[in-house]
Design a protein around this ligand. Structure first.
Ligand SMILES: *[C@@H]1O[C@H](CO)[C@@H](O)[C@H](O)[C@H]1NC(C)=O
Ligand SMILES: *[C@@H]1O[C@H](CO)[C@@H](O)[C@H](O)[C@H]1NC(C)=O
Ligand SMILES: *[C@@H]1O[C@H](CO)[C@@H](O)[C@H](O)[C@H]1NC(C)=O
Ligand SMILES: *[C@@H]1O[C@H](CO)[C@@H](O)[C@H](O)[C@H]1NC(C)=O
Ligand SMILES: *[C@@H]1O[C@H](CO)[C@@H](O)[C@H](O)[C@H]1NC(C)=O
Ligand SMILES: *[C@@H]1O[C@H](CO)[C@@H](O)[C@H](O)[C@H]1NC(C)=O
Length: 616
């Protein structure tokens, strides 16, 4: 009994030790096998103890009042296993067998111990957090870009502009930045998010929120600013098309014009999808004063204004200009700081960001290094503040452009000039006459981008022959969501800034590894405890009743049983089958152990009497 309880306690300790622990990877042993072994060993010990108790109680019962000899058979059956125990429990004729019934119940219940012990250990999946093993890049200073200026001779004009002699200043964006802008135009938002620079050595990662230097975008519907007039010649198509030999014009044609000078016109009642038409005109600038709605964006990289005609070139519509809706929008890209939050799950990174609007351009930053260029020396305020690339004025080297006033969020002049140059050449083309095209975007004329198309008849097959410049014009014409395109460009440029940051700064994150742990379902141990308790109670009661009784501690000794054979005399005389034996036993009240003769191997006088009576 004691060993059984010790085994049960060992099992409980083992369970408590492995509760909520990851499963151990031993090839031979599993926790279930250990628990099952302990449970079975505990059960075996318990059963042995209970069987002894039942047998002993058998002797105790047969040392009291005379009783049916068949009960002896019944009770010793109970000590042999569950089937006998079941018979004891269902036999109502058994008198005074309370303790035996308790033992029988315990024996039957032990049957359930194994399944219950299997239920004890359950597996749950949970997450193991490996702190700071993941990382994500952020930028506090960005300085990638090219700036080449060999000239020293310059003059300052009357209106405060800087004029240099000799070659232009050359600047360009870092190639990774160039690729990022192009990718932003071509890819969708999810694909751009995937390009973020991060490291997650696991299945799932949780990144700490971080702040970084970034590029933001904002868009504005400027349709309300469009002014309609009928004073144009409708000759924009003729001026933009590649082949200048076919020029058409007509007085008093409808034209739409924005305050920044961008316009769109077509020949009235003639142009449309069944003929030729200007579908979109574009004006891009790095100068906030040349925008319609971005005049207060003081970290402007690029502003792109478009006027679009709401017409489908490929439709067979016979509608003609000016019976179309015309809309105008403007989107800007500018330096900003953003707060990023992100996680990585099953192969997908999800980063959300919000712009930190309180990190404004620091007026003390972006100062000319050479004091002669500072605003007191005849250089215009506008030139001193400008972030735009200019082939002559970019000779002015600067301190970093800084956002906010605390340390960090700096962009070097190479990066600012280089990115500006790249945006000018990507989003705009010089549509002026070649002799007037310089490197300065202002000389490129208005518009500096377009999408036009003409219906052509190639050997009987009608087709739209589209023309556009620069290449991004087609992307901007085809998009349904102009704002999304600029969001994507900004996100992609931000990726390039974060991965190209000075010093390769990273913020840490946690790796979340899914693991399987053991969870002990403690309620299932109540059966073990109850049976164990029942066994203990039984043992104590039997020891007490054995002590107060005369029976010897014979337990289930077969020899003790045989020794009583003589006491029965010839009760079973003339019986041959098992049924006859049982029938005889059921009718004979017996005391096997005489109280007065203290365990002597002798039948009682009661038995002898009743025997005679029965035989008679
Ligand atoms: C254009 O309009 C003006 C006034 O609105 C008119 O005097 C002129 O004759 C028109 N020209 C043509 C070609 O219709
Ligand atoms: C325009 O008409 C042509 C032939 O008449 C037809 O093949 C084509 O599908 C039509 N296009 C649209 C957009 O309806
Ligand atoms: C990304 O995260 C944001 C907020 O954390 C959540 O609202 C959004 O549903 C997530 N997107 C995906 C695709 O999981
Ligand atoms: C950032 O820019 C400010 C102003 O131009 C400058 O004072 C500061 O030293 C710069 N910080 C770094 C880290 O370059
Ligand atoms: C080219 O520039 C000159 C001088 O600035 C100007 O007179 C001329 O009209 C311009 N040509 C074109 C086609 O814009
Ligand atoms: C295209 O050409 C075919 C014959 O070459 C002609 O029958 C048809 O009318 C033309 N269509 C247009 C729109 O000019």
């Amino acid at each position: 009994m004691a060993s059984s309880i010790i085994l049960l306690i060992a099992m409980t300790v083992l369970l408590a030790a492995f509760n909520h622990k990851p499963i151990f990877d031993d090839r031979i042993w599993t926790l279930n096998a250990l628990i099952s072994t302990l449970s079975t060993a505990s059960k075996a010990c318990l059963l042995a103890a209970v069987a002894s108790c039942i047998s002993q109680e058998n002797w105790v019962l047969f040392s009291g009042k005379p009783r049916r000899l068949y009960d002896f058979e019944l009770i010793s059956g109970a000590s042999r296993g569950p089937f006998g125990s079941f018979k004891v429990l269902t036999s109502f004729k058994l008198r005074g067998g309370g303790l035996v019934r308790l033992g029988a119940l315990a024996t039957i219940l032990t049957l359930a111990m194994d399944p219950f012990s299997q239920q004890l250990v359950q597996l749950h999946s949970s997450q193991d957090r490996r702190v700071d093993e993941a990382s994500i890049a952020y930028a506090s200073r960005y300085s990638q870009g090219t700036l080449v200026s060999g000239m020293t001779a310059y003059s300052i004009t009357k209106d405060g502009h800087v004029k240099t002699q000799g070659a232009d200043v050359y600047a360009n964006a870092d190639f990774a930045m160039q690729a990022a802008v192009a990718f932003g135009l071509a890819a969708d938002a999810d694909a751009i998010m995937e390009q973020a620079s991060f490291h997650c050595p696991g299945v799932e990662c949780d990144f700490k929120p971080l702040e970084s230097l970034s590029v933001c975008s904002q868009c504005s519907d400027v349709t309300d600013s469009l002014k309609k007039n009928t004073l144009s010649m409708g000759d924009q198509y003729s001026n933009l098309q590649y082949d200048p030999s076919i020029a058409e014009a007509q007085a008093n044609c409808t034209e739409y014009r924005l305050p920044n000078g961008l316009f769109l016109n077509n020949m009235d009642h003639k142009y449309g999808p069944r003929s030729s038409m200007v579908y979109m005109s574009m004006l891009g600038t790095s100068d906030q004063d040349k925008t319609v709605a971005m005049k207060d964006v003081d970290t402007l990289i690029w502003s792109q204004t478009v006027i679009k005609v709401d017409a489908d070139p490929n439709s067979n519509s016979t509608k003609t200009w000016p019976d179309f809706k015309v809309s105008a929008s403007e989107c800007a890209l500018y330096y900003c700081t953003r707060r990023y939050e992100g996680d990585y799950k099953i192969g997908f990174i999800n980063i959300t960001s919000t712009e930190l609007k309180d990190h404004k351009r620091n007026p003390q930053s972006w100062q000319p290094l050479d004091p002669r260029f500072q605003s007191g020396h005849g250089v215009a305020e506008k030139v001193v503040k400008s972030l735009a690339y200019d082939p002559q004025e970019s000779i002015i080297r600067r301190t970093d452009l800084q956002l906010g006033t605390t340390a960090g969020w700096n962009i070097s002049d190479e990066a600012v000039y280089g990115t500006s140059y790249y945006m000018q050449t990507l989003f705009a083309n010089c549509l002026n006459s070649p002799e007037n095209c310089t490197q300065a975007v202002e000389s490129w004329g208005v518009p500096n981008g377009f999408y036009i198309s003409r219906l052509s008849n190639f050997s009987g097959e009608e087709k739209q022959a589209e023309q556009f410049r620069p290449s991004v014009a087609k992307v901007l014409w085809e998009t349904e969501d102009y704002e999304q395109v600029f969001d994507n460009i900004a996100a992609s440029m931000s990726n390039a800034i974060r991965s190209g940051a000075d010093g390769g700064q990273i913020e840490k994150g946690d790796v979340l590894q899914p693991t399987t742990v053991y969870v002990v379902a403690w309620p299932w141990i109540t059966l073990h405890a109850a049976i164990e308790l029942g066994g203990l109670v039984l043992l104590v009661l039997i020891i007490r009743s054995s002590g107060s009784n005369t029976a010897h501690i014979w337990k289930s000794s077969e020899l003790a049983v045989l020794s009583k054979g003589a006491a029965l005399g010839d009760v079973f005389k003339e019986t041959h089958t098992k049924d006859e034996l049982e029938e005889r036993a059921k009718n004979i009240p017996t005391v096997l152990v005489n109280k007065h003769e203290m365990g002597q191997v002798e039948g009682s006088s009661d038995f002898l009497l009743t025997d005679r009576r029965n035989v008679a």
